[in-house]
Design a protein around this ligand. Structure first.
Ligand code: SAM
Length: 291
């Protein structure tokens, strides 16, 4: 079994199996043991933990995870990687389960139930960048028991998850992430740490999941519909953005009255509202609907 975490051994495995990178799967493999160890440390992976790794590739970070965790489940979409993982790079570990599937189709709740008795799991991954947002939102919205999500993402996406109102990066992703978790950018990672080198800068972000969201709202789904509608039409005022939004069916006067009730300007834009203010606005609009 090859010990991975440097370019030489990765290239050797790739050549041995005549592996060709699939661009459509966002394959950029980590070849820096130091960075991988830092990711595992940032995730705080320990002997009690059950870890879900999304996209193990040839199993480089998976080896580190298997060394530190009690149980690791790795979900990989590319069937060409499965024999490499099973017969070679992960063959000597007893605490690994390899699943050949699209992560967006896997029942992660069932995995958490089977492997961790329904207790919160840790997600650790160098994510395929083409589906970063669907993966993270899918994890949150399906209410998988989660301790934390520690992932490598595009640097700009990490910034978007962390910022607050009044910045250009602030948007629906920031609000969704901050409703479910506390985001912390842990490090930036140079392109030279991957084979092949990605065209974008990368960063590792840790999302520590809340037991209870930091704000209370009567209708979570309506709040996220309102948030999405506000940012879909970013340059419009909140009032115009919301009353134009298909499916929301909220009248202009109701939105105006709700903003007034919150002491906000009638010409305010969505990008100026905090998560707490979106929650309050949602509750007021529900109240308006019920009258
Ligand atoms: N973890 C490895 C590493 O760091 O060297 C590989 C990371 S690479 C950026 C992303 C991995 O995710 C690839 O192995 C790719 O095949 C896999 N992948 C892409 N889309 C996927 C999906 N929908 N479900 C599961 N795995 C996926």
């Amino acid at each position: 079994m090859a010990t991975l975490g440097n370019p030489t051994n990765t290239i050797e495995v790739l050549q041995k199996y005549n592996f060709n990178f699939q661009k459509k799967y966002g394959q950029n493999f980590l070849v820096d043991a130091n960075i991988i160890q830092k990711i595992v440390d940032a995730a705080g992976v320990g002997r009690e933990d059950c870890v879900l790794e999304i996209g193990p590739g040839i199993g480089t970070m998976t080896q580190f995870l298997c060394e530190h965790a009690r149980e690791v489940v790795a979900v990989e979409i590319d069937k060409k990687l499965i024999p490499i993982l099973k017969q070679d790079t992960l063959s000597s570990y007893q605490n690994i389960t390899i699943i050949n599937e699209d992560i967006l189709k896997v029942d992660i709740n069932a995995i958490a139930q089977e492997k961790n008795g329904g207790k919160p799991i840790k997600v650790v991954a160098n994510l395929p960048y083409y589906i970063t947002t669907p993966i993270i939102m899918g994890l949150f919205e399906s209410h998988v028991p989660l301790d934390s999500i520690t992932v490598m993402v595009q640097k700009e996406v990490a910034a978007r998850m962390q910022v607050g109102p009044g910045t250009k990066d602030y948007g629906a992703l920031s609000l969704a992430v901050q409703y479910y978790a506390k985001p912390e950018v842990m490090m930036t990672v140079p392109a030279g740490c991957f084979i092949p080198r990605p065209n974008v800068d990368s960063a590792v972000i840790r999302l520590t999941c809340y037991d209870n969201p930091p704000v209370e709202v009567m209708d979570e789904k309506l709040m996220f519909d309102i948030i999405r509608a506000s940012f879909n039409q970013r340059r419009k005022t909140l009032v115009n953005g919301l009353c134009n939004a298909a499916g929301l069916n909220i009248r202009k006067e109701e939105i105006g009255a709700a903003l007034e009730g919150m002491g906000l300007s009638p010409t305010i834009r969505g990008e100026a509202l905090t998560l707490g203010e979106f929650a309050k606005l949602t509750d007021l609009l529900i109240g308006g609907r019920q009258r």
